[in-house]
Design a binder for this molecule. Structure first.
Ligand code: DGL
Length: 269
């Protein structure tokens, strides 16, 4: 790893990874962060493994041009399908969302039945099944691809009482409840915005946010390696592959607070 005050390089298919940045900033306010959102190619969740891997390697190549101490794959789809390719090509510590959320789910469930809500690509990869099996070999995992949730959240449909989002959530959640799950992983960057609604609809279910779990695990590891930043405050830079203004318009919804840095559009080869 590089020095304590080097950047943490975070990337996502677009804007959703800001829920991970938000959790990192909340738990480690002095970390310096470079964020790359591949807004020209979002969504990743409907694409093939080959295509997502190609984009992901471009994302990491860009981040690696900065002085970074770790890479955070802040996208469940990218982490599920392309993590191995990143680890094979880069000699940098790579953190993700799938493993920390799986560990937390395996530790939380009482009856061993865990539901995963995620994009089509994440569910098809079975990355969550494999990760949960590492922590609890007897757990039963029930995947639910939820393709309507990302577009609905991006169109502002995440407020409690919104009949559209509540109806769609019930359509995805009810089959998981029928299977008897007691724990559900929000296995997509956008779903933490739906956490309050889901808790309201299913108060008896344990809800695990992959964004929060990822930030907690990152903190634990940086502490362990004595690599937490010693800076006062946080230097943050944001880069996107499509229009910076559209990113900015939506960014605060995902961050819940100011970004704390400028957004710049870049061309990747
Ligand atoms: N960031 C993606 C994920 O967490 C959701 C958006 C997309 O499909 O690109 O899976």
């Amino acid at each position: 790893m590089a020095a304590n005050n080097s950047f943490i390089g975070v990337f996502d298919s677009g804007i959703g990874g800001l829920t991970v940045v938000k959790s990192i900033v909340e738990s480690m306010p002095n970390e310096n962060i470079i964020y790359f959102g591949d807004t020209a190619h979002v969504p990743y969740g409907t694409r093939s493994k080959r295509q997502v891997t190609e984009y992901v390697l471009q994302d990491v190549k860009f981040l690696s041009t900065f002085d970074i101490k770790a890479i955070v794959i802040a996208c469940n789809t990218a982490d599920s399908v392309a993590r191995a390719s990143v680890e094979a090509q880069y000699d940098l510590p790579v953190f993700g969302v799938v493993d920390p959320a799986s560990k937390r789910a395996a530790e939380t469930t009482k009856n061993g039945k865990i539901g995963i809500m995620a994009t089509k690509a994440t569910i098809a990869s079975h990355a969550y099944d494999a990760a949960i099996a590492k922590y609890n070999a007897n757990a039963k995992v029930f995947g639910m691809a939820c393709p309507l949730l990302v577009p609905l959240v991006e169109n502002g449909r995440f407020k409690p009482g919104d009949i559209v989002i509540e109806t769609v959530l019930r359509e995805y959640m009810d089959p998981l409840i029928s299977e008897g799950v007691d724990t559900v992983v929000l296995g997509c960057t956008h779903y933490p915005l739906l956490e309050d609604i889901i808790r309201g609809l299913y108060p008896e279910i344990n809800i695990i946010s992959s964004s929060v779990a990822a930030a907690d695990e990152l903190k634990r590891r940086l502490e362990e390696e004595e690599l937490l930043s010693t800076d006062e405050g946080s230097d943050r830079k944001y880069f996107v592959s499509d229009d910076a203004d559209s990113f900015l318009r939506q960014a605060l919804i995902f961050m819940g607070d100011e970004l704390g840095g400028n957004v710049e559009q870049v061309e990747l080869d």
